[in-house]
Design a protein around this ligand. Structure first.
Ligand code: ZN
Length: 270
């Protein structure tokens, strides 16, 4: 199959065009939902912990939704009762550990998958432990359950070090593969390790995505550099409340000309 979705008849999805002066909405970042005992990178929460988080949100009048839906509501001035939920890396445990809790609390989420590693594992993490990734049918199952499927690239590489060909493959080919699996090209892209620069963000936009998720993009904050809050097993109600109150800096515009003119790299752990 061809790597270029545009060549296969996919039109870029229309950017949600949030109000230019709006501060970014709150987006939570999860990874694996499993036993967090052996977790050197702090990316795992237990299923009962996720359940507590979702109950906590619902009791405060907040509903978890995917980022695409969140941005559309944000653009229309209707995002007050919404919070974005994201699950990076597309771990197989999403289906049996996260999805039941999301359903229980009437929430949805965006799952950022790696279509270049179907049924594989997190080999990019040298310390392990190895965790299974969603298979192609698992990705389809998550989409059919009403979850938004976004791209995390093909194989989880640092895109700021990628060649032009690798960057095209990670953005465009991953988009085409997900479109083949789910029947619709993904709206969202999530930068592996949270790192990106002007070139990477431009490639994501040009590949037809409508938004890009980062972690702590600082002055680069925009539709293609959305900040997210890392959530861990250690987050009880008190810490969640503190994270909720933490000011979210920046404005939700698309990449401003100043950014385009000034190469910059920002990053986070994941
Ligand atoms: Zn990742």
């Amino acid at each position: 199959m061809t790597a270029d979705p545009a060549a296969r008849g996919f039109r870029p999805t229309r950017p949600p065009a949030p109000a230019p002066r709006a501060a970014p909405p709150w987006i939570l970042m999860y990874h694996s939902v499993a036993d967090p005992t052996d977790d050197p990178y702090g990316i795992t929460v237990a299923a009962h912990r996720l359940d507590h988080h979702l109950r906590w949100l619902r009791r405060r009048g907040l509903t978890g939704v995917g980022v695409g839906a969140l941005l559309r509501a944000h653009a229309a001035g209707r995002s007050r009762g919404l919070v974005g939920l994201t699950f990076d890396d597309g771990y197989a445990d999403f289906l049996h550990a996260a999805l039941p809790a999301l359903r229980r609390h009437a929430c949805t989420a965006t799952v950022f998958v790696l279509p270049g590693r179907p049924g594989g594992s997190n080999e990019w993490d040298p310390l392990g432990p190895r965790r299974a990734l969603l298979t192609e049918s698992g990705i389809r199952e998550a989409a059919e359950a009403g979850m938004e499927i976004g791209s995390h690239g093909l194989v989880h590489r640092d895109l700021t070090r990628a060649t032009r060909e690798e960057l095209l493959a990670e953005t465009r080919h991953s988009r085409a593969l997900i479109a083949d699996l789910t029947g619709r090209p993904p709206e969202g892209f999530c930068y592996p390790y949270g790192v990106f620069d002007r070139r990477v963000a431009a490639a994501v936009r040009e590949a037809g995505y409508s938004y890009g998720c980062a972690i702590d993009p600082g002055p680069l904050t925009g539709v293609f550099a959305l900040p997210r809050t890392h959530i861990s097993q250690a987050d009880g109600a008190g810490r969640l409340w503190a994270k909720r109150l933490r000011p979210r800096r920046g404005r939700l515009t698309s990449l401003p000309p100043a950014v385009a003119a000034r190469p910059a790299q920002v990053g986070g752990r994941r």
